[in-house]
Structure formats: C-alpha cells, structure tokens
Write a protein that binds this ligand. Structure first.
Ligand SMILES: *Cc1c(COP(=O)(O)O)cnc(C)c1O
Length: 421
C-alpha cells in the first residue's frame, strides 16, 4: 500500500483483493467443495441456536389427560399451526401412539401434510375453507366444520359428483361469535341442508371463549346454550354424531363437558391453560430452546450494549452473545426482562434483543453463594427449558411479554432447526 497522503481520499484506487462474481457467473460453480459434503454439514453446525421437542413429554401429557376421560371418550390431538410450533407430523404420530384417536387442524394444507406423512387417523379442520378447496378435503379425507348452507351444499355436490359421501361436523356458535350456526338456529339450519343425500352429519361441536377464565358465568352460559342446541336437535329427530366442545381448560376444569370427544391443544404440549389447573395434573413442557455462545467480552463500566444502548455495563461483567433474536421468536419486548441459563445459573439478558442475536450478562463479582462462571464461545445456553436445578418456562416469557403461551411457542418455530428427542 502506498503512503497515505495528507488529503486521504479513501481506497478507491486500490485493487480489490477478493474475487467477485461477474454477471453470468454461477455463484458457487467454481467452489472447490464437493456438493454432497456441503449438503452433509448438519443444521446444528450451521447456526448455534435450535429448538428441541421432547416427544416423550407429548406422550406423557396425552396419557395423563386420557386417564381423566371416561372409557370410550375420544381424544383429539390439536396439531394446528405446526403443532403449536412443535412439529405437526412428529407430534401427531406421538399423540396417536399414546391414546389420541383423531387430529384437529386449522387449514387444508395442515391436513394434507399429515396425510402425506402417512397418517390415516380422522382429521377435522376447524372451519370452512374456500369452496375451491373442497376437492382437496374429499381427496385427503379431511372433515370440514360446516356452518353455512352454501358451503354445505357445494361440498355435497362435489362429493356426489364423484360418488362420495360428504362427512362434516356442525359448528355451533354458543357465544364466542367466531364461527358457527347460532345455537338457537341449528334446527332450521339443518332443515335447509339435510335434503342433500351426500351429506353425512358425523359430529356436532362448539368452542368456549372463557373456559380458561377465573370468572365462570360466561362459560356456564355458553355450555347451557350448547346443551339447549343439542336437546333441540335431538327432539327434532336429528342425529348428532360425535359431540365435542372441551378445549384444554375445559377438559381439566369441567369434566361434564367431555361428551364423546375432547380437543386437547395447549396442554398436549405441556402447558397449563390457566392458573386454576396447576397442581391438578402433571404436565411436562415439550419444547426447549437452546443456543451456543458466539462471542464473549468484558465491557468496561458505563459502556453500552446493543441498539439504543439502554443497558450500561456496571463493570465486572462479561457480555456474551447468542445467535438468536426476535426473528427466531425471542420477542423484542422481553429485552432486559428475562434470564437465560448458563451452567444451570440464571443470567440476565441485557440490551435490546436484535433481529438475529442477543446478549446476556455474566456477573464476574465473587459471591459466596455461587461459583464464578467462565463463559466461553461454544458454551450451551438454555433460553427455554431446564438446565441443572433451574428452569425457564414459556409461561415466564408469555407473562412478561403480555401474551399467552400459544403465541410464544408458535413464535419459536420459524428459523431455528428443530430436533425431536
Ligand atoms: C385451537 C382449538 C382447540 C385447542 O384449544 P387449547 O385451548 O389449545 O386446548 C380446540 N378447539 C378448537 C376449535 C380450536 O380452534
């Protein structure tokens, strides 16, 4: 390099010392690595953050709930939204081998994914998909929820044209006001669609808005409306098929809601739907979130860390970096408000959580009651889960973030690899 002149004008006259691709080149074409070997570099060696799902916990939770059901009551494993971020196919299989008989999904594609994985159990979709998707329902034997005459008739017509039956579950709106035929209109609704010979009414259900709430009056009213609707249908001589209404909270709190089947969602994954169920059942959280330290530094007192520098070093700390951020579901609103586990000890996450990385603080002051930690690049850190004596739960993130466990668990599913153990 030439001497830097007084009026330094930058590096514009320097030859770039790196190779770059001209247009027309195929990136990677001349790279001297065997493509198969590149392919074989495991995802755990590509980025140091991952999610583990304990299928033994899923099986345990199914069996714990199953024990609380009367013999003959079916258990539906709700595996919508990729099994609340836990992996739909793996969790569905684990649930079906430990006591679940049927599966619940939210979209046509979620149902197809299960069928393509070889799953043959009945699948119910919680809603009416667009009419254009009807052939997919029939082809993949995904049972829709029905609540409009237009959908019911279109569904029946397509089935009939192919010599098939059109099974469905009737969705009743008992007060949540999301989907369903209003509870006091079910008999007239049925009389509008029942003429169609292909339609097969195989189930009747509703969904509770407040089964997880402390206050129970709204729940009692919804339940009463459901029973009234069932009674009216029965008196009109209609077959109800499989009757179901209980989600996790209702399953655990109100056994009189079990009927012929229960729909187990959040508690399948090991979470309590509300404080009232804690202590009434042993649930094991299936999901844990892990990362390895990618950088460690001592930050002198009063220097800031991360965007905005809202955290200032108090001195005597090491700041460690982890390769996960809010794009991985580590919610930015938790910045500076949660802990992570290193060697079984809680350490404060500090500074704003970035999109792809975050930092935490390791106290270097000597304390009588705890050994001084010596963090190193590559050390494993637990963001959610157990390490040694300590545990950080999704409930903790949900509570601090002002949301429910469902949203936190689903958030962790996107970019990090998942391992089923
Ligand atoms: C999501 C869902 C469930 C499962 O609810 P949890 O509270 O997670 O147990 C059950 N039924 C319907 C209709 C749902 O949409």
């Amino acid at each position: 390099m030439k001497d830097i002149p007084n009026g330094f004008t930058g590096f514009k006259n320097m030859e770039p010392d790196f190779r770059y691709y001209k247009s027309g080149d195929t990136p990677g074409a001349e790279v001297p690595f065997d493509p198969e070997k590149l392919q074989a570099i495991a995802s755990r060696d590509r980025r140091w953050s991952w999610v583990e799902v304990d299928l033994g916990a899923i099986r345990h939770n199914v069996m714990e709930v199953k024990r609380r059901l009367k013999p003959g009551t079916k258990l539906m494993a709700v595996v919508k939204a990729d099994a609340y971020g836990h992996g739909a196919v793996e969790c569905a299989k684990a649930a079906l081998t430990s006591g679940a008989e049927t599966l619940g999904v939210a979209t046509v594609d979620e149902g197809i994914e299960l069928r393509q994985a070889g799953i043959t159990a009945p699948i119910l979709i919680f809603g009416e998909p667009p009419l254009q998707a009807i052939p997919l329902l029939l082809q993949y034997r995904i049972t829709p929820s029905v609540y409009t005459p237009d959908f019911a008739i279109a569904y029946a017509e397509v089935a009939d044209a192919h010599g098939m039956k059109a099974p469905y579950h009737l969705a009743i709106n008992t007060g949540m006001n999301r989907i369903g035929v209003r509870y006091d209109e079910v008999v007239s609704f049925m009389s509008r669609i029942a003429f169609h010979r292909a339609l097969e009414h195989t189930g009747t259900f509703t969904h509770f808005a407040t089964s997880d709430c402390e206050e129970t009056l709204d729940f009692q009213i919804q339940f009463r409306h459901f029973v009234d609707a069932l009674t009216a249908m029965h008196e009109a001589g209609l077959d109800l098929g499989i009757v179901h209404c209980a989600n996790s909270a209702a399953i655990l709190r109100y056994p009189n809601t079990h009927f012929d089947m229960v729909r187990l969602g959040i508690s399948l994954y090991g979470f309590h739907p509300c404080p009232q169920t804690v202590g009434t059942i042993d649930l094991q959280p299936a999901m844990s979130v892990h990362a390895r330290i990618t950088d460690v530094r001592s930050v002198p007192m009063s220097e800031g860390v991360s965007y905005g520098m809202h955290y200032r070093s108090p001195g005597s700390v090491k700041i460690c970096t982890l390769p996960l951020g809010y794009a991985d579901g580590f919610m930015r609103c938790l910045s500076g408000r949660v802990d992570v586990l290193l060697e079984g000890q809680r350490c404060h996450q500090v500074g704003n959580i970035c999109m792809d990385q975050c930092m935490f603080e390791v106290d270097q002051r000597l304390r009588a009651n705890r050994p001084r930690l010596d963090p190193k690049i590559g050390d494993e850190v637990v963001i959610i889960g157990r390490q040694g004596e300590n545990q950080i739960t999704i409930d903790e993130h949900a509570e601090i973030g002002g949301t429910i466990q469902h949203e936190v668990a689903i958030g962790f599913s996107h970019r990090m690899p998942r391992y089923w153990v």
